[in-house]
Design a protein around this ligand. Structure first.
Ligand SMILES: Cc1cc2nc3c(=O)[nH]c(=O)nc-3n(C[C@H](O)[C@H](O)[C@H](O)COP(=O)(O)OP(=O)(O)OC[C@H]3O[C@@H](n4cnc5c(N)ncnc54)[C@H](O)[C@@H]3O)c2cc1C
Length: 502
């Protein structure tokens, strides 16, 4: 049976936490309870700082529970590209930081006795077809140049035909939510204040403090705020430097399992595969089929394509779980971690691509070092205030032309002419009563209308058929069909419209 939820949420239970129930002050406030927020709170607490963390939903409810759980220092946009766009020294520092992040996860797991199945296993990057070989060779050379423990492989332990590959030693896998929940529990035991169901709706800097207004009417005041919300909340110049993409994952029983390892290929978008355990059985977690958020309505087709991929390579027996999540692709390949542009006491961390478990942990180190005034060699390299025109120009122009195109085109277009064109279970943008509206027709035939203008930067949201959500094609804001916020950056919900049905 397919359950449309992430594998990681099955058989795991978050620590019991309450919402904020009064206005309070703290030294450092972390907003967001994913891997970035919880790890940052942990490292700051270890450094002796007073930390409070708020999470809008439940811990790990964001992309951290949509992941596939690979821990790899292999760089998502490839090291050969990084060396070309920056230089070898930068690439080496990135590799070292990502390796150190995985070591941190291993160390915390051992130190805090976290039961999260952390295991060192090999990683494999492979070419499935001949015309991917040249890129594979370039990446092999670059991998050795940055210092990776890599080996050329003529054969791969996969149950289907491939060309060559690279074996990376000492990668790792773990159960991400068991790790996150265990770490949060330790934080609470050591005196940090953690709250859930507590959404920030405004973050404003004052003289020497930051004021955070909450949806429930209370206010939190901190000396420093870390926005660990995957994308910075509200309007932030960094949003023009990262582009939102959705990626699809399935956990499935298959006929032919590969050897234990992390696998990813060289297609664009690429597929990624690892093994996991479910009810005492070996299963496979496979992901891929990415597309830009809000720019594909028939997202059921993405699940179908992934299912077809799994069947053709591994022999599909049963899909146990299927889910999707968002990644933010930075225009120059590197994430943005550090002080938010034009702010004194607000920090951000975003643009991790598909390596956010490693980057989220590296970000926790960088932000802790920045806040506690310790040196960190990555501060300038990943600074949100950096300027690398050469590396970013092409993708910056491409992504922002795409945003401008949707800003204009989507205002002028509708998916249907009348309410009757919307089938039960479907959503469409229509023009009704002289207004453009986002209308969802529920299973009972009742219509639910929303103002389709995204509360972030006023683009028009688009229907996502598989998730039954309204997704913004510009900066990745997402909303439920009732209009509630799902993914940052928007701070506010979509406004309901009182629909008159003739
Ligand atoms: C399909 C998929 C597969 C992936 N696979 C891998 C992988 O194998 N390896 C890897 O390293 N990375 C992978 N990634 C990337 C990685 O999972 C993410 O980059 C990482 O989990 C991001 O963590 P985060 O803590 O920054 O964000 P999140 O986990 O999204 O946490 C942000 C939190 O902030 C909360 N929040 C948002 N707005 C507010 C608000 N206004 N007030 C309060 N709280 C708020 C959200 O509810 C959320 O819980 C994958 C991503 C996807 C989508």
């Amino acid at each position: 049976m397919t359950t449309h939820t992430s594998y990681w949420k099955a058989e795991t239970h978050p620590p019991a936490l309450e919402p904020v129930s009064r206005s309070m002050e703290t030294d450092i406030l972390v907003i967001g309870g994913g891997i970035t927020g919880v790890t940052t709170a942990y490292l700051l607490q270890q450094a002796g700082r007073e930390v409070m963390l708020i999470e809008g939903k439940t811990l790990g409810a964001g992309v951290t529970s949509s992941t596939s759980g690979h821990l790899t220092p292999a760089f998502d946009s490839h090291y050969y590209q990084l060396i070309q766009d920056f230089d070898l020294n930068t690439a080496r520092q990135i590799y070292q930081a990502m390796t150190a992040a995985i070591d941190t996860i291993e160390h915390i797991t051992q130190q805090e006795l976290l039961d999260c199945n952390f295991k060192r296993i090999p990683g494999y990057l492979y070419a499935e077809i001949e015309n991917q070989l040249e890129e594979l060779e370039k990446e092999f050379t670059a991998s050795l140049d940055v210092g990776m423990n890599a080996q050329w492989a003529d054969q791969l332990p996969l149950p289907f035909r491939t060309q060559k590959g690279i074996i990376y030693h000492h990668h790792a896998q773990f159960h991400v939510l068991r790790y996150l929940y265990g770490l949060a529990q330790k934080l609470v035991e050591k005196g940090a204040r953690l709250y859930v169901q507590t959404r920030a709706v405004q973050v404003s800097e004052e003289e020497d403090k930051v004021r955070v207004s909450l949806e429930n009417g209370h206010t939190l005041t901190a000396r420093q705020v870390v926005m660990a919300t995957h994308a910075p909340l509200g309007l932030n110049p960094i949003q023009t430097e990262v582009a939102p993409y959705r990626s699809y994952v399935m956990a499935a029983k298959v006929k032919k399992l590969p050897e234990e390892g992390l696998y990813w290929d060289l297609y664009d978008p690429y597929h990624y595969t690892r093994r996991a355990q479910y009810k005492g059985q070996d299963v496979l977690i496979v992901g891929g089929c990415d597309h830009k958020t809000g720019q594909k309505t028939d997202t059921k087709q993405s699940y179908a394509a992934l299912q077809q991929y799994i069947n053709s390579r591994f022999g599909l027996e049963e899909v146990l779980f299927s889910w999707s999540g968002q990644v933010f692709e930075p225009v120059d390949g590197l994430p943005f971690i550090g002080k938010s542009p034009f702010q004194k006491n607000t920090y951000i961390a975003t643009g991790y691509s598909g390596d956010g478990l490693t980057w989220g942990t590296a970000a926790a180190h960088i932000l802790t070092d920045l806040i506690t005034a310790h040196d960190n060699p990555l501060v300038d390299i990943v600074s949100p205030n950096r300027m690398n025109v050469m590396a970013s120009a092409k993708d910056f122009v491409k992504e922002n032309i795409n945003v401008a195109y949707h800003f204009v085109k989507d205002r002028l277009s509708v998916d249907a002419d009348t309410l009757k064109d919307i089938a039960a279970g479907e959503g469409k943008i229509i023009r009704h009563q002289g207004k453009q509206m986002a209308v969802y027709c529920d299973e009972h035939g009742h219509y639910h209308a929303l103002d389709p203008v995204c509360s972030h930067m006023k683009c028009i949201v688009q229907w996502n058929s598989a998730e039954k959500t309204w997704d913004c094609p510009c900066h990745g804001g997402r909303f439920s069909w009732t209009g509630e916020n799902l993914d940052a950056p928007p701070l506010h919900r979509l406004k309901p419209i009182d629909l008159k049905v003739e």
